[in-house]
Design a protein around this ligand. Structure first.
Ligand code: SF4
Length: 259
């Protein structure tokens, strides 16, 4: 098994409350009893104090993009410490807001897009509006907005990846729903499904107390959805495309596979 060590820093806040979140809700509430105010210089100091420093720093959460300046600030701090070639910076995003566009300058957009050792992963919550709302407790109409946000990241040339969770309370119509989900990814870029990884929801300790019958059903239904996803990718991509290293799947203009 490949093993990748990473230093994870968490923004102790999230605007969603996914039932399967393995972070206790108390750590998602920006509660100062469970968190501290730290700047990029503090974080890099902590990182440098580690005796066995991993080569990856992950800006995670919660939802890191509630603080969208975090990424360019970390990039500048890494450059000032001459660590930009030694550390790979990775950040997560739950595709819930457009703060990156509203509160980050165009200069910082360019910095992020041109920074060599940076990748971003965006997590789609569910494969249709119903599973999205069930998973996040957010408004169903926000399901579609995930694709708009992802499209903008692809457009500016970020090295972007996707996660998706397939838990759904409804067992009917899964194959058709997955087909539409893959269509929506390919409307952004034909290769985007090859950069998207389904995450299997498992039962971690903080989740157990939240579980009701419909959640157990959703965990069961995700297996049918994952099988449908595999079938859909088999139909749309060749074996050699599917086995390509995910980091080598091109997302630039004119690199999309034809359907
Ligand atoms: S978006 Fe992520 S951090 Fe927020 S509640 Fe859902 S799983 Fe947890």
């Amino acid at each position: 098994m490949d093993l990748l060590r990473a230093q994870v820093f968490q923004n102790a806040a999230c605007n969603w409350r996914c039932w399967y979140c393995y972070v206790p809700y108390t750590l998602l509430a920006a509660n100062e009893q469970h968190s501290a105010w730290l700047g990029p210089n503090d974080l890099i100091d902590l990182y440098l104090n580690e005796p066995l420093r991993p080569a990856v720093i992950d800006l995670s959460g919660g939802q890191p993009d509630l603080v969208p300046e975090w990424v360019p600030w970390m990039m500048r701090e890494l450059c000032e410490r001459k660590l930009e070639n030694d550390v790979y910076l990775w950040s997560d995003d739950n595709l819930s807001n457009d703060y990156f566009w509203r509160f980050v300058s165009s200069d910082d957009h360019e910095l992020i897009a041109s920074y060599r050792n940076y990748g971003k992963v965006c997590c789609f919550k569910g494969f249709d509006a119903e599973s999205f709302a069930f998973n996040t407790c957010a408004e169903p109409r926000l399901f579609e907005r995930q694709f708009d946000l992802m499209a903008r990241y692809v457009e500016i040339g970020l090295d972007v990846y996707g996660y998706v969770t397939f838990t759904t309370p409804v067992s009917a119509g899964i194959r058709a729903g997955i087909c539409r989900f893959v269509d929506s990814l390919q409307n952004i870029h034909a290769n985007l499904p090859l950069r998207t990884i389904p995450l299997e929801i498992q039962l971690f300790s903080p989740v157990k107390a939240r579980m009701e019958g419909r959640h157990h059903q959703a965990m069961h239904n995700q297996q049918a959805a994952i099988a449908a996803w595999q079938e859909e990718l088999d139909v749309r991509f060749t074996e050699s495309e599917r086995t390509r290293n995910i980091a080598d799947v091109p997302l630039g203009e004119g690199t999309g596979a034809t359907q």
